[in-house]
Design a protein around this ligand. Structure first.
Ligand SMILES: Cc1cc2nc3c(=O)[nH]c(=O)nc-3n(C[C@H](O)[C@H](O)[C@H](O)COP(=O)(O)OP(=O)(O)OC[C@H]3O[C@@H](n4cnc5c(N)ncnc54)[C@H](O)[C@@H]3O)c2cc1C
Ligand code: SF4
Ligand code: SF4
Ligand code: SF4
Length: 378
């Protein structure tokens, strides 16, 4: 059944994680992600279909859920340096572990080939090993069945992950999810983009390397650096925008073409960047969407924050490309993304990359010009 999802798959790993006979494998192919099932082992329970978030991700966020919005950053220097946008998520996790509000958190791990997946940490000292934003698809729910081992869990993920966790919780009547924290997300990126980037930039094949460390958006400045260390002592360092210019919109999994969830407002707290304001420092924009979220956020002693006066407007302005592209959903969106993806196959060729990169800039400026939909302003 789940095979019918085909390339509408967004690679969240929920079907793989929930399958009682361990029969589903989600793979990345050129077009995007796709689930594969071993028919001989399938018992036709349909759990994989029921947990799949693709039926929800084409419904835009409900902005009436926003209770309050804040700009914030971590008071702790290490958390700030390692955090993608100032360490808001990591600060909240450390605070909740400290106060024993949670005994586990679902965060993102990487293996030695830098494949991303979700798993649980159980100690505040583990939080910083997983902070930073890895701009690649993560099989965030591949270990979701372990959630029943814990009493009180914080879940971190992209809007599609939050939708899948919500479905998983409903199916299993879970009562142990303490809080869900969504990251904002304009668009997904496939691992192939990362591999092509490393090949072009360092002339190295990712599949031949074994990585020991991955820091993304490390440092004081807003955009930060990406720092990769290999087990044989190589250090690969590059600027975050360098990577995004190469990958963004050229390596989009087809499943993301249908996604209209920008902020993940079904979570208790949503956190992203505020690209609507000029600053050189890291800064999280936070939308608090439930009473539980508000209680956690306001009591967290690890962050400095100030409230923003018009939450919906601030959120919409914070994503000058994401909002027109995802939420306004002009009929142009899917063909344009398909074209960009086709152009991506030329990216490893240096002269052609100049042309594809120019086309990308023109397209993105076009989306910025389309602006945000008036209907969503409040
Ligand atoms: C793939 C992706 C796309 C994003 N797109 C946007 C965007 O378009 N606009 C915007 O404003 N913000 C976007 N964000 C959010 C932004 O980059 C930061 O993650 C967010 O602001 C939180 O920053 P922080 O300093 O509080 O997080 P940190 O304290 O650094 O914690 C980050 C948390 O994110 C988790 N994480 C890292 N990578 C992934 C992943 N691939 N999938 C799931 N969880 C992950 C980590 O486990 C960690 O718990 C995106 C994040 C990701 C991962
Ligand atoms: S129907 Fe059940 S057994 Fe078959 S692949 Fe899906 S989850 Fe696994
Ligand atoms: S979107 Fe998630 S649950 Fe659905 S098929 Fe893809 S990996 Fe499986
Ligand atoms: S655009 Fe982002 S939130 Fe939406 S399906 Fe893709 S990765 Fe998930």
């Amino acid at each position: 059944m789940i095979e019918k999802v085909g390339f509408n798959c967004v690679g969240c790993g929920a079907c793989e994680g929930i399958c009682p006979t361990n029969t589903v494998k989600v793979k990345e192919l050129d077009r995007g992600y796709k689930p594969f099932v071993n028919r001989e082992l399938c018992i036709n329970c349909k759990l994989c279909v029921k947990v799949c978030p693709i039926q929800n991700i084409n419904i835009p966020d409900d902005y009436t859920k926003i209770k309050r919005a804040y700009r914030c950053w971590s008071r702790n220097k290490s958390v700030y340096l390692k955090g993608a946008s100032g360490g808001g998520v990591s600060s909240l996790l450390i605070y909740m572990f400290d106060k024993k509000l949670i005994d586990a958190a679902l965060v993102t791990f990487y293996d030695k080939n830098l494949n991303l997946y979700g798993d649980f940490i159980t100690d505040k000292n583990e939080v910083l090993n997983h902070s930073g934003a890895f701009y690649q698809q993560s099989k965030q729910l591949v270990n979701i069945n372990k959630i029943t081992r814990f009493h009180s869990v914080a879940v971190v993920g992209l809007p599609c992950h939050i939708e899948a966790v919500r479905r998983f919780a409903e199916l299993n009547k879970l009562k142990n999810i303490y809080v869900m924290i969504s990251l904002f997300c304009t668009i997904g990126r496939m691992k192939k983009g990362f591999e092509d980037f490393i090949k072009k930039r360092f002339n190295l094949e990712v599949r031949n390397l074994e990585f020991s460390e991955y820091k993304s958006r490390y440092g004081k400045s807003r955009l930060g650096d990406i720092i990769l260390k290999t087990k044989d002592g190589k250090e690969l360092i590059y600027k975050y925008p360098e990577y995004l210019n190469f990958v963004d919109y050229f390596y989009t999994p087809e499943g993301c073409f249908n996604c209209r969830k920008m902020f993940g407002l079904n979570a208790d707290i949503s956190i992203g960047d505020d690209w609507g304001i000029k600053t050189t420092r890291k800064l999280c924009l936070v939308s608090v969407n439930t009473d539980r979220g508000l209680e956690i956020f306001l009591n967290c002693n690890l962050i400095k924050y100030y409230e923003v006066s018009n939450p919906v407007k601030t959120l919409l302005n914070s994503q000058p490309i994401g909002i027109p592209l995802k939420v306004f959903h002009p009929p142009l969106k899917v063909p344009v993304l398909k074209l960009m993806k086709a152009l991506g196959s030329f990216n490893t060729n240096v002269p052609l990359f100049r042309i594809t990169s120019l086309i990308r800039t023109i397209v993105l400026l076009g989306f910025i010009k389309l602006g945000k939909p008036k209907a969503y302003e409040r």
